[in-house]
Design a protein around this ligand. Structure first.
Ligand code: NAP
Length: 279
């Protein structure tokens, strides 16, 4: 089976590395020639090009570019695809992508591997990035069942745990566990930086340890990804941010009122609630 990867960055390169090590022939397309050269040199792909015509032999094509490029790439890719080719993507938001791309190529299966690092680009690609992580597949009633199963089979080969849900359910759920945390974490760092006394800021920077590292990590990642998820999942992100702001106000209210019992009750509930997440 020939696998095509368009967008040889963190996610595309990592998928390519794992599938190549499992014996698949991997062809890659990326926007810059130097990325293609580097992908070949690193052994990420068997062949790479800046031309989408390389995808003509692919049975399954993963679109792994930034969200804004997915639909325009599929438009340009279609003349080169074999009629039976399955197209899938890895975009972090699903409803607008699934709506737009399924209309262009009905044999499209939306997907989202729930794994990443703070790095980007071909040098960031690593083996086993998806092992033990969720891989969500978001078919609609019209998506060909055999294609959904094929994408799920490949996701399992990456060592991921496969989940299936609708694109809208996906976007609502990831707003909570992925997109809201990016904004909460980013505003945490931004708030620290608003401390007026530079000596205190310098001291805080020196004293920062594991707690701050954990809570600031996702807010300090790729800014382009943060903007993309806000743009593409705007409604669900605003809904979760609004509920988050209410929760913050309630917590501030307890502290202002010195209601330590209410605060402890809230923190006990969050301690219990956290155990239900797949961490
Ligand atoms: P990335 O490391 O920046 O990789 C994307 C690559 O796509 C770039 O390195 C670029 O390669 C290439 N590219 C950009 N525009 C292109 C075009 N028009 N045609 C061909 N190649 C193009 O980003 P990423 O983190 O892998 O994210 C890729 C996708 O995965 C996004 O849709 C994102 O929502 C999703 N995702 C990200 C994460 C995460 O945590 N990072 C997790 C899950 C899913 P060149 O060097 O050739 O320009």
């Amino acid at each position: 089976m020939n696998i095509g990867i368009v967008g040889l960055g963190l996610i595309g390169g990592s998928i390519a590395l794992d599938l190549r090590s499992r014996g698949f022939n991997i062809v890659g397309v990326s926007s810059r020639q130097q990325t293609c050269d580097r992908a070949i040199a690193r052994g990420v792909v068997n062949d790479a090009s800046i031309h989408l015509s390389l995808m003509a032999t692919a049975d399954l094509v993963f679109i792994c570019t930034p969200l804004s490029a997915i639909e325009p790439i599929v438009q340009k890719l279609i003349p080169h695809l074999s009629p039976d080719a399955i197209v899938t993507d890895v975009g972090s938001v699903k409803t607008p992508i699934v709506d737009a791309v399924s209309a262009l190529w009905p044999n499209f299966v939306g997907g989202h591997p729930m794994a990443g690092t703070a790095e980007s680009g071909i040098e960031a690609a690593v083996r086993d990035l998806f092992v033990g992580r969720p891989y969500v597949v978001t078919p609609t009633a019209q998506t060909p069942a055999q294609s959904v199963e094929k994408v799920e089979e490949i996701a399992r080969l990456l060592g991921a745990s496969v989940y299936r849900c609708g694109p809208q359910e996906h976007d609502r759920a990831v707003a909570w566990i992925s997109h809201l945390p990016i904004m909460a974490s980013a505003t945490l760092v931004a708030a620290c930086d608003r401390e007026g006394d530079r000596d205190i800021v310098n001291l805080a920077q020196n004293l920062a340890s594991s707690g701050f590292r954990d809570t600031s990590r996702v807010g300090g990642g790729n800014p382009e990804l943060g903007v993309m998820v806000a743009k593409y999942n705007r409604e669900q992100l605003l809904r979760s941010l609004s509920i988050y702001r209410d929760s913050l106000d309630e917590l501030m209210g307890d502290i202002q009122a010195e209601d330590w019992q209410a605060l402890e009750q809230k923190l006990k509930l969050t301690q219990q609630a956290r155990e239900h997440y797949n961490l």
